[in-house]
Unconditional design. Structure first.
Length: 489
């Protein structure tokens, strides 16, 4: 028996040693957070079938991570928020076709170039008014506002309308809402080949300059910057970068004059029905794992804040009243999107750093609290003053009468407007992609960017919102019925 126990002990020790060694080695690998759009095919996008994050830039940064010994985590956000995320230490590197220019070289540590491309001018099919950058003066273009192409469009005299990606810009262009788009020739060719669109066309190069793309790091992150450059050099020498490029473009775009990209074999097109089927689960997952939980948590916290602010307003104590008034005025007088940016990016600059979820819940709770405070205050004031007096005659104190007499009656009045606030809050979560939260609308954006089928996919996302809002409305009716017992018949 003792021999058996001894052998079992040896076996357990061997298992621990074998399994712990790789884990220890893995723990020694630095975790590098990679910022990318996820909506910019063929560089960074979600596969329509598997919903996996794929693309040329994704494969490149994975190869760099393997060579450098990194463990990487992808953080997806809009391109216009991606540099703010890097500045706020929310990500460590941007892998999203960052074009090298003097401004970025001055502010960021850019790696050695890993893509060479040419900017092109795109117009609606049949437009003969625009053939060069000189023709853009007084015209309107659609660009991601923080890109090099947006700057080029402005310098050419064009008005720039901000969009999140090229597929949105192409949609605006085909609808005649803008006059032109400047973008990377590879991204444009990919869009034309994968969507089969004949509504837009390339009419020429956007200048003679060849654009260089690089990975972007913070200036003080010298270790990661050096490791990336060493890895890129090794990957260039052993032909890995060339292999990745040829897999996507049939030519080597990682070297100057490597050839004109050919994306004719990259067809990702499918029927609208199959696109909806492929996107249905990721959207539902975003609804179930982000949209609904964040809505519920934010509303509960916001309701507590609202009650406190409302009681401060009616307390008669001037200091409390002034603080509550200032809070309500500031929050109601500023956009929710701005509040999200301040909480997530702004506070990081003074050393206060919250996770994406915490930032989302904090901003939404503060926002809904300000709006709901006036609803709660009005509902309390709607209860006849005689209710306080009647409670006092039977020996109830102020707080006891408030809790047992006034608030139950006020709740009946407050339920309908608070339900509207809850429904608005649910829809406000669609803004959370700017703070790196992937919710229902962001999943819809991933699917639409990869296919260009905006109407069907966004309408389907709207169906999810409508169903949840309908359920909330039914829940509101049930609550009103239950609270009717507090109303004198």
């Amino acid at each position: 028996m003792r021999n058996a126990a001894r052998w079992i002990a040896f076996a357990l020790l061997a298992v621990v040693l074998v399994t712990s060694a790789p884990a220890s080695a893995a723990e020694d690998r630095p975790v590098v957070r990679v910022g990318t759009e996820g909506t910019y095919p063929p560089f960074s996008f979600h596969d329509q079938k598997s919903n996996d994050l794929v693309g040329f830039d994704i494969d490149v940064i994975k190869a760099v991570a393997k060579e450098a010994g990194w463990k990487i985590e992808f953080v997806e956000t809009t391109f216009d928020a991606i540099f703010a995320a890097l500045d706020a230490d929310r990500i460590d590197v941007i892998a999203n076709q960052v074009t090298v220019n003097p401004e970025r070289q001055a502010k960021y540590a850019l790696s050695t170039t890993y893509t060479y491309s040419q900017g092109v001018l795109v117009v609606k099919k049949g437009n003969t008014d625009i053939r060069s950058l000189a023709d853009l003066k007084g015209k309107t273009t659609a660009q991601s506002v923080t890109t090099n192409y947006a700057k080029l469009a402005k310098e050419s005299g064009a008005k720039v309308e901000g969009v999140e990606g090229f597929s949105q810009a192409a949609a605006l262009l085909s609808q005649g809402r803008v006059d032109a788009v400047i973008n990377d020739n590879i991204a444009v060719l990919d869009y034309l080949n994968t969507t089969g669109s004949d509504a837009i066309e390339i009419v020429g190069d956007a200048g003679d300059e060849i654009n260089e793309q690089a990975l972007a790091f913070r200036k003080d992150d010298t270790a990661l910057h050096k490791q990336a450059n060493d890895a890129l050099a090794a990957l260039t020498a052993d032909g890995t970068l060339a292999q990745i490029s040829k897999r996507y473009f049939k030519v080597d775009v990682t070297v100057p004059n490597g050839g004109r990209a050919d994306l004719s074999g990259g067809d990702r097109s499918s029927s609208t029905v199959s696109r909806i089927q492929d996107a249905a689960w990721p959207m539902f997952r975003g609804l179930l794992l982000a949209t609904i939980p964040i809505t519920v948590i934010s509303f509960i916290i916001g309701l507590v804040v609202a009650v406190v602010a409302a009681l401060a307003r009616i307390s008669g104590i001037r200091v409390f009243d002034w603080i509550a008034r200032a809070y309500i005025s500031i929050i109601r007088g500023t956009p929710l999107l701005l509040q999200l940016f301040i909480v997530f990016y702004g506070l990081s600059e003074i050393g206060i750093k919250f996770s994406p979820w915490t930032s989302a819940i904090l901003a939404l709770s503060i926002n809904v609290g300000a709006y709901a405070a006036e609803i709660v205050r009005a509902s309390i004031l709607a209860v006849p003053r005689g209710q306080f007096e009647a409670a006092a005659t039977i020996g109830m104190g102020y707080w006891q009468s408030l809790r047992r007499i006034i608030l139950p009656q006020a709740a009946r009045t407050a339920v309908p407007p608070l339900s509207n606030t809850l429904i608005s809050l649910l829809k406000d979560t669609s803004l959370l992609s700017v703070v790196l939260v992937t919710e229902l609308t962001r999943e819809a954006q991933y699917a639409a960017a990869a296919s260009g089928d905006y109407l069907a996919l966004y309408a389907f996302a709207g169906l999810y919102y409508w169903v949840v809002c309908t359920v909330l409305a039914a829940f509101q009716d049930r609550i009103e019925v239950r609270l009717d017992r507090y109303v004198a018949s």
